[in-house]
Design a protein around this ligand. Structure first.
Ligand code: GLA
Length: 725
């Protein structure tokens, strides 16, 4: 059967007579199954491995002998509140007449086939009394088993309706136990994992920070079913919000011991009113299920990101030299000219000028002043940014620039000219985060201004090749001088940001942009449609980065992860470079202070990276040895033809005589293929401890493994595995 016909047939709803109607969504490995019961309630009855016979999905609900459901709604696919419901709702409203009740019933559904791979199921739900409607959207990506779910909410009531809660998705999951892996952090401490068994009641992952929403906790999580999943075993669901502002994910272990997962924008301080016929669209909740552990789930989500979401996900990236760690705010044109030469000497593609290049009345010589005044500082750059771009061209490198256009320092012209553009309470004192305030992106004039900052830079400098977009402050004193309805601010801010990014991408579709937020304070797949990469953390200590990049890699592909070599950390330069190589490599060091050998090593490393980057950026990633429970980390990337692979190994413990005692079992190779194994990226003057003449089968490398001989004198080791002809 042709794949497209096959796909369509999977969506045909199965009627079980007058009893119940089944609506399955099927992907390569999995099925998500909805059921319409005789009362027209829409329920979610299954998420798991797909069945060979799709007419058997209807048998599933009858096999559970759990305690009763007083409401018939515990497993609602979108739980309304104010009527029968007793648990956490997905939606709650006040109608035009002050009534708070809602009881959504199934009306119809249809399937739109977007491509061979992508289908969109729409299910229309309507209140039984009021002209109030929710359309549930389920977008399924067949090959990667990824689902995106969101809703559109509208009404034809006489006056406005207030939405108090408006989740994107409401899953109902069955398992004997649920183990949640979540992440917490702070500045320079991103992505610390914690795993716990969910108990009855509600576990919430949320953010109320407005901007820089992930600072304390991102929305991404793993949920293992039955027992904690390992890298290659166990059923595990990954989920996250595609939303760059406040989010809320509730996981409620209900009285029947099922898990109700309700994910969406955080409704904290965010009642949203919609007028008659207005539609409120919720952002997507993204999830993927694997029966073969965390590694497979991550490969699915990485592939999905490259194929469908991340800007230029199948394309190229630029290696770069950045000057933030090297110069801070202290530079001038001549200094930058010499760094441009260093960029060329190093062999990377681009020089990225960081913070400190703007502001005149309030020069940006520290983080106290200047944000908002995006004119080149005349003392540092008398000939403007244009002369830097020109000089970069003459030097044979590209030029990129840092901006933080959503923000303002009180010490700026912008703040004084447009006090009404700033988010702050009119009748209270200001409170700062990094000496700055957030501009009110709910205001279209502010959107125009922010767009104008970027557009202006490109119009004046058509050769500008890269933007680093930062966002350092959270929202305090949430108040907009523009909005009538203050409780719209958190939502309208993020939609305003997306308007700006969309306008930028409509005009400049391909220029690479880095998503940064005082480190990793803002990364999600709604934003990554507009960005080619993100900045995981200001913490560039390579030992920390081994752990951090490892955790991020469960959710984001390596090509999206900017990893820079800096002076942070006590490890040898080779270790730093090797760690940066597992992502999108850059440097932020003083090149002219490198010793001859260090410089030579970095130059060779850039050359080596250029040879390896295609495998790292576009290959499948396998985690081999977990640094959290071992003395070293080992992970690999395998290209799609299985002809080439790169294995990175990093010592993470400095106790006496630690080393890789056992061979590391590889993954993802072709068992029937012979491979050569060779150590690469050696420091000048050093010899590999490995026999580079060895040819071994994929079978051997995966069953027995290979010892990279990591130890205190060889703290990081990169292996290139190539098909032996
Ligand atoms: C943030 C970023 C850094 C750097 C500084 C500049 O902290 O995360 O990389 O750009 O701002 O002020």
């Amino acid at each position: 059967m042709k794949r497209s016909a096959f796909l369509l047939s999977l969506f045909v709803s199965i009627s079980l007579g007058s009893f119940a109607q089944i609506i399955p969504v099927v992907t390569r490995q999995n099925a998500l199954v909805f059921q319409v019961n005789p009362n027209k309630d829409l329920q979610m009855v299954y998420l798991g491995e797909k069945l060979a016979n799709q007419d058997e999905y209807g048998q599933i609900p009858g096999l559970f002998n759990q305690s009763g459901d007083y409401t018939g709604l515990y497993n609602s696919a979108y739980t309304s509140s104010g009527t029968r419901n007793l648990l956490e709702p997905a939606i709650s409203v006040t109608h035009w007449d002050g009534n708070n009740s809602l009881d959504l019933q199934y009306v119809s559904h249809q399937v739109e086939k977007i491509s061979d791979d992508i289908s969109l199921l729409k299910i229309v739900l309507k209140d039984r009394v009021y002209p109030f409607q929710v359309t549930m959207y389920v977008k399924s990506y067949f090959a990667e088993d990824v689902i995106e779910q969101w809703t559109e909410i509208t009404h034809q009531e006489k006056k406005s309706v207030t939405l108090h809660k408006y989740a994107s998705a409401n899953l109902s999951l069955k398992s004997s136990a649920f183990y949640l892996t979540q992440y917490h952090g702070d500045w320079a401490k991103e992505m610390h994992p914690e795993e716990s068994k969910l108990t009855h009641g509600i576990k919430t992952l949320d953010s109320k920070l407005g901007t820089r929403a992930n600072l304390f906790q991102p929305s991404f999580f793993m949920l293992s079913m039955g027992k904690p999943a390992s890298e290659d075993e166990g059923e595990v669901l990954y989920g996250m919000m595609e939303w760059s502002g406040n989010f809320k994910i509730d996981m409620e272990l209900d009285p029947q011991d099922n898990l109700r997962l309700i994910a969406g924008i955080n409704n904290y301080a965010s009642d949203y009113s919609i007028v008659t016929n207005q539609t409120f669209k919720t952002p997507a909740f993204l999830y993927v299920l694997s029966q073969n552990g965390k590694g497979e789930a991550s490969r699915k989500i990485q592939a999905w990101a490259r194929n469908h979401k991340l800007l230029d996900g199948k394309g190229n990236r630029l290696t770069l030299l950045n000057n933030w760690e090297a110069t801070g705010f202290g530079f001038d044109e001549q200094k930058l000219f010499s760094i441009l030469k260093d960029t060329k000497k190093l062999g990377v593609d681009l020089f990225l000028l960081d913070d400190g290049w703007f502001g005149n009345k309030y020069p940006r010589n520290s983080d106290n002043a200047g944000l908002g005044d995006w004119q080149a500082n005349r003392a540092k750059l008398p000939n403007g940014v244009a002369s830097l771009v020109k000089e970069a061209g003459a030097t044979g490198v590209k030029f990129g620039i840092w901006v933080e256009p959503e923000m303002v320092n009180p010490a700026s012209d912008l703040y004084h000219q447009h006090p009404d553009w700033v988010i702050k309470q009119p009748n209270r004192g200001e409170y700062y985060f990094r000496n700055q305030l957030v501009l009110d992106l709910s205001n279209p004039k502010v959107q125009d201004f922010v767009f104008g900052v970027i557009d202006g830079l490109f119009r004046e400098n058509p050769d500008l090749a890269y933007i680093k977009w930062d966002c350092n402050a959270v929202i305090y004193n949430a108040y907009s001088a523009h909005l009538q309805n203050q409780s719209h601010l958190y939502v309208d801010y993020v939609n305003g940001l997306y308007n700006v990014l969309k306008r930028i991408r409509d005009k400049y579709p391909t220029v690479p942009m880095m998503l940064c937020s005082g480190g990793g304070g803002r990364v999600d797949y709604a934003a990554l449609q507009y960005f080619t990469e993100f900045w995981p953390s200001d913490n560039t200590d390579p030992l920390e980065r081994v752990f951090m990049q490892w955790e991020y890699s469960y959710f984001f592909p390596s090509m999206s992860m900017s990893c820079h070599v800096t002076d942070w950390g006590r490890q040898p330069l080779k270790y730093k470079v090797d760690v940066a190589m597992m992502g999108k490599m850059g440097f932020d060091i003083v090149v002219d202070r490198l010793s001859e050998n260090d410089l030579k090593f970095c130059q060779q490393a850039v050359g080596n990276y250029n040879q390896l980057k295609d495998i790292i950026w576009h290959g499948d990633q396998y985690r081999l040895v977990d640094p959290k429970s071992n003395d070293f980390a080992s992970l690999m990337y395998v290209d799609s033809s299985k002809q080439k692979a790169v294995v990175f190994n990093y010592l993470v413990n400095n106790r006496y005589d630690v080393r890789s005692v056992y061979p590391v079992k590889m993954k993802g190779l072709n068992p029937d293929q012979k491979y050569s194994v060779q150590e690469v990226n050696l420091y000048p003057g050093t010899q590999s401890a490995l026999d580079s003449q060895k040819v071994l089968s994929g079978d051997f490398l995966m069953r027995v493994g290979y010892n990279p001989r990591v130890d205190g004198s060889r703290q990081s080791v990169i292996l290139l595995i190539e098909e032996a002809k």
